[in-house]
Design a protein around this ligand. Structure first.
Ligand code: SF4
Ligand code: SF4
Length: 111
C-alpha cells in the first residue's frame, strides 16, 4: 500500500469512474452524508443509494457511464468532508487490479 506522505494524487477523478466500481456505505456513513446534504436518511437512501450487487447493504449510485454521482465537473468529490471510508482509505489501505490499472499515480509508482 502507498504511504500517505509519498502519494501525490493528481485529482484526475479516474478512481471515481471505475466501471462497475462500487462504494458501499455503512449506516454511520449514511447518517453523516445525509446530514451533510441536508436530507433525512430515508430520503437519502431512497434517492442516492441502491442495493449492492451482492445484495448485502447499500452503495452510492453511479451514472450511466459508471462515474459516481458525487464526482463534480472539476473531478472533485462533492462529499469530500464526509466521503465514505472506502474513498478516504484509497490507495493507502486498499487497491485492486481495476484501480491499479486506471490510477496514473499508482502506475508511475509501479504498483
Ligand atoms: S464519494 Fe466522492 S470520492 Fe467516493 S467515489 Fe464518489 S466522488 Fe469519488
Ligand atoms: S486515480 Fe489516482 S491520481 Fe487520479 S484521483 Fe484517483 S487517486 Fe488521485
Amino acid at each position: 500500500m502507498m504511504n500517505r506522505n509519498e502519494f501525490h494524487c493528481r485529482c484526475c477523478g479516474a478512481c471515481c469512474r471505475i466501471k462497475d466500481g462500487i462504494v458501499r456505505v455503512s449506516d454511520a456513513e449514511i447518517s453523516r452524508i445525509a446530514a451533510y446534504l441536508g436530507m433525512n436518511e430515508g430520503e437519502f437512501i431512497a434517492n442516492e443509494t441502491e442495493l449492492a450487487p451482492d445484495r448485502k447493504g447499500l452503495v452510492l449510485k453511479s451514472r450511466a457511464d459508471g462515474a459516481c454521482v458525487y464526482l463534480d465537473d472539476n473531478n472533485l468529490c462533492r462529499l469530500n468532508p464526509v466521503k465514505p471510508d472506502k474513498c478516504r482509505s484509497f490507495p493507502f489501505e486498499w487497491t485492486n487490479p481495476d484501480s491499479n490499472a486506471i490510477c496514473p499515480e499508482l502506475a508511475s509508482a509501479g504498483v
